[in-house]
Design a protein. Structure first.
Length: 202
């Protein structure tokens, strides 16, 4: 079947018969994954989205751990993106154990923008951990956002992270980023973050 996986009809055939064998199917495509074949990326996203929509939280947690802890492979980001897409369609998803903290750490520590962005998409749907570690995480994000030595991607991602919750406590620092001296992406991210503040007087 995977010899013809570039064919969309073959993808549909693989998925239609995958309800009971979804995890083995995912493992098979991950083992043969080639980033040069767009159909592989698409199929990984589709399969992991199916898992995110309907599988038990324990299985989803295992796959999040796999996507984060496996030494960076080309399928990590598509796997995490698909899970985020699937979970987003659930009404009451309860993350397992330290899942949220795992995602926060991966967001800050990954050197791959695609994985960082995928972790961010997951955090948007599973939420941030309800602990004191949040304060430290937001401080770290603010430090990165205002550090001119950081890459543009990392700074922009950090600003988006700040907006995951009410960014009002950081409004003054965010306003300073809306400056002609900053890159346009930084300014736009800061404006979006400020727009997420419930209070209209920013």
């Amino acid at each position: 079947m995977f010899d013809n996986i570039k064919d969309e009809w073959m993808q549909l055939a693989a998925l239609s018969g995958a309800v009971k064998t979804i995890n083995p199917l995912l493992n098979t495509i991950l083992d043969s994954f080639e980033i040069e074949i767009p159909a592989h990326t698409l199929l990984v996203k589709k399969i992991s989205a199916m898992i995110g929509r309907s599988s038990p939280p324990n299985l989803i947690h295992q796959l999040i751990e796999k996507g984060i802890n496996t030494k960076e492979r080309e399928w990590n980001a598509p796997l995490l993106y698909g899970l985020a897409q699937g979970i987003s369609s659930r009404k009451n998803y309860l993350p397992v154990g330290s899942e949220q903290l795992l995602l926060v750490n991966a967001f800050f520590n990954s050197n791959t923008p695609e994985i960082q962005n995928a972790c961010f998409e997951l955090l948007k749907v599973v939420g941030l951990p309800k602990s004191r570690s949040n304060t430290a995480a937001f401080k770290k994000a603010l430090d990165i956002a205002t550090d001119l030595r950081q890459t543009e991607n990392k700074r922009t991602a950090a600003i988006h992270f700040i907006a995951l919750e009410n960014p009002a406590p950081y409004s003054e620092q965010l306003k300073k980023l809306v400056s002609p001296n900053e890159r346009l992406s930084i300014q736009m991210a800061a404006v979006q973050a400020l727009g997420a503040i419930p209070d209209t007087t920013i």
